[in-house]
Design a protein around this ligand. Sequence first.
Ligand code: NI
Length: 390
Amino acid sequence: MMDFVTEAESLFNYTRELRRDFHRHPELGFQEVRTSGIVANELKELGLEVATGIAETGVIAMIEGGKPGPVVLCRFDMDALPITEETGAEYASQNAGVMHACGHDGHTAIGLTVAKLLNGRREELAGSVKLVFQPAEEGLGGAERMVKEGVLDGPRPDYSLSLHLWNEKPYGTIGVTPGPAMAAAESFNITITGKGAHGAAPHQGIDPILAAAQVVTALQSIVSRNVHPLEAAVVSVTAIEGGTAHNVIPPNVKMKGTIRSYLPEVRELVHRRFREVVTGVAASLGCEATAEIFDMTPAVINDAKMAAYVQGIARDLLPQDALDTTYRTMGAEDMAYMMQDIPGCYFFIGSANADRGLDYGHHHPRFDFDERALPKAAALMAAAAADLLK
Ligand code: NI
């Protein structure tokens, strides 16, 4: 078991060079042409059968073990974000306005390292590993599209493993939690329609700004007053737009935001109350309102046995690391689509290092992580896959 750590550490330069190269050349979702080209080449160098062009830029490779057995899917996301980098790092983005601000550059490099670690042991594996390099995780639907294009067919995986380098946790910690690990996410649009008027004659109109203010406030009662106090949910209004002048009451206000939850029954409750609050509060002030909710991703639910399994591997493999067995986040991940029918484990590798200024949050223009987390992540993923194929 320890070999995985030693070997991943011996590959540290390989992993870090790849990560820094991807970091210098970030690509947005479904445009990861250069990145996926490098991924495909590296996998071919290992002698693997490689399929490209799945969901535009996705790559799949199979490592066939020496003996028959189950299939383990290992998934890595490759896309960057439309953010202008401010890290000042020597390997900073050379692609203006695009940045690897979530760590997917690291994930792609980890994936190629996992490929090396497992390919070197292929004769010992009873079963096979399906390596999946996914485009467009950042809200663009890359995983769903890969599922539609057959990533879960021929051969169908029996288990899945996936991970995130995680700056919400310090380097030296690992988060593996059974059950819900990341939230179901929806976005919403609200339009509140009143009647425009002169700002000095509000009695001649119906003020949608006043109604919008009440709606924003009342929406916060859903989590605090309707959802069970021990269950988790979030309702955030994140954009509000209405009016153009100091002395004009506008005819309407538009709002946007997001809803997060773990459990289907909580999600249903929040959605029902959301519609009731928006239309009811607006109506009480004489306005009409429409509320549209758009599905983004289901919750990431870790299979209890798989999570326990990965926890066990983490304890054996990285005994010095702190293992958090209850860590959850309201962030969302489209890996949920690949985990809906296939028992899987999504885990977090702590990557923040406050002493070195590497603790900005994900999607921040100064986001960067402690690269020592790279070999740890690769070793844990590879060891878990290998152990499932003993
Ligand atoms: Ni991410």
